[in-house]
Design a protein around this ligand. Structure first.
Ligand SMILES: [Zn+2]
Length: 186
């Protein structure tokens, strides 16, 4: 799935219970944070034509942070920094697994590579998860999922006067809320 869908999945799940803004942010960010293992892409592109290219993207994307070890690390870190510790850590685990599920069903690359997920890593190398029906990253089901998540985000904005923009700018968040609140009948 694309990063926007991952982020909005986190946001929608974070709003299923009553959390503080910080706890909501932690759950929302858990939706995208596994993809930091893809940042090696920059190193790989920059060193592509050198004598010792760094294959950090090919080697580590969907490997380093797409496993239960990282999920547990994320949950423990969340518990340390959140207000409703247990609930927030639980929702982080839910969102983390939805990220893996999203990648499993819809992240096929243009080269047809399917990015198997070593779920039990680093504890075991068994269980390389893969789904042969996996659709491409830009296929219509992913577009549909993004549209549904955006609709849910607008609904939350309308219902609860908040949006994921609260994590970056109070003004942008207020502007978004003021637009969606116009959908209310007078
Ligand atoms: Zn991912």
């Amino acid at each position: 799935m694309n990063p926007v869908s991952h982020l909005l999945t986190g946001w929608v799940v974070a709003n299923t219970v009553d959390l503080t803004a910080r706890d909501r942010a932690l759950v929302t960010l858990a939706g995208v944070v596994p993809d930091i293992d893809g940042l090696g892409l920059f190193a790989e592109i920059l060193t592509e034509h050198t004598t010792s290219p760094l294959l950090w993207y090919s080697k580590y994307h969907h490997v380093l942070c797409h496993n239960i070890g990282f999920g547990l690390l994320l949950a423990v870190t969340t518990a340390l920094f959140s207000v409703r510790r247990w609930m927030t850590a639980f929702l982080v685990l839910v969102v983390f697994h939805l990220h893996l599920l999203g990648d499993l069903v819809g992240s096929r690359g243009p080269d047809d590579y399917q990015w198997p997920i070593s779920y039990l890593s680093p504890f075991s190398s068994r269980w390389k998860l893969i789904w042969t029906g996996q659709w491409e990253l830009n296929a219509w089901p992913n577009v549909l999922i993004t549209i549904l998540l955006l609709t849910a985000t607008i609904y939350i904005g309308w219902k609860k006067d908040r949006s994921p923009l609260e994590m970056v700018s109070k003004r942008a968040d207020a502007a978004f809320v003021s637009i969606v609140s116009r959908l209310r009948s007078p």
